[in-house]
Design a protein around this ligand. Structure first.
Ligand code: ZN
Length: 162
């Protein structure tokens, strides 16, 4: 999907075109459309309730660490709308008071991740089929996130802002 060699509209083979700003991008001459080699936007959300933070594990993860609710921004959505939707879909919680704690580049997955903090009114979670489990942890305790992961960076920014 990423880095296409053929136009997604007309299937013609893409050529390289030098844009006015000097960057070289893939281009369909038939549709006059540039296919930017850009990261996909995604959100990562730290759901907080008092001193508790929600961590999740997705189905199929081959490591022992936990992460945060995350997902891709869909066409037409703001990042805030994505954050609210992903939390609702993954754990059936309603969140409010969203604030951006920072943005993060996930080079391996070619994502620009927008990190949120969000508050939930209650702690009753119902997990989706995407998740293996989701649990509340003490925000000030030792969390089972992978050190240096984007989830860990989001958590440390929230801790330092309290
Ligand atoms: Zn085309």
């Amino acid at each position: 999907m990423k880095d296409p060699n053929y136009c997604s509209t007309c299937s013609k083979e893409l050529i390289l075109k030098t844009l006015l700003d000097g960057s070289v991008e893939k281009y369909c001459p038939q549709c006059d459309k540039v296919f930017f080699n850009a990261p996909s936007p995604a959100v990562i959300v730290a759901v907080v309730n008092g001193d508790k933070i929600l961590l999740t594990r997705s189905v199929g993860w081959n490591h022992p660490y936990w992460g945060l609710v995350a997902g891709h921004v869909k066409s037409g959505e703001t990042a805030e709308e994505t954050a609210v939707r992903e939390v609702r879909e993954e754990v059936s919680l309603v969140v409010k008071n969203l604030s951006i704690v920072g943005t993060f580049a996930h080079k391996d997955l070619d994502l620009l991740m927008i990190g949120f903090r969000a508050n939930s009114e209650n702690t009753d979670i119902v997990i989706s089929q995407e998740l293996e489990k989701a649990e509340w942890f003490n925000l000030n305790g030792n969390l089972p996130t992978r050190s240096c992961s984007i989830a860990s960076q989001v958590v440390s920014r929230i801790r330092s802002s309290r």
